[in-house]
Ligand binder design. Structure first.
Ligand code: ZN
Ligand code: ZN
Length: 98
């Protein structure tokens, strides 16, 4: 249980910059916090606008092995991510709220 709580907090957007195209706002400087991509939780954005603007490019790597290798620390974590039914459900339902 402790591990789960730790995962949730340490994978947060610390020392991160917005990945919105041409944005690059940094946490603790230009913005207070960043939101993560709801599907992969590994892309960080300062605003919904940035997330939307970047989705066209991000969807190519969102939740893929390319991104997992960069964003997660271990094979075990990757496996957990892939097999997590909640993640899969979110992955399928996100961005369908136009
Ligand atoms: Zn941004
Ligand atoms: Zn994503």
């Amino acid at each position: 249980m402790e591990r789960n709580a730790k995962l949730g907090s340490t994978l947060g957007p610390l020392d991160r910059t917005c990945e919105g195209e041409g944005c690059g706002r940094m946490v603790g400087r230009e913005v207070e916090s960043l939101s993560t991509c709801a599907a992969c939780k590994m892309a960080f954005y300062c605003s919904h606008q940035c997330q939307r603007a970047s989705w066209g490019a991000h969807k190519e790597v969102c939740g893929t092995w390319d991104q997992l290798e960069q964003g997660l620390p271990s094979a075990a974590a990757i496996r957990q991510f892939i097999l997590d039914p909640v993640v899969q459900e979110v992955f399928l339902s996100v961005f369908c709220d136009d």
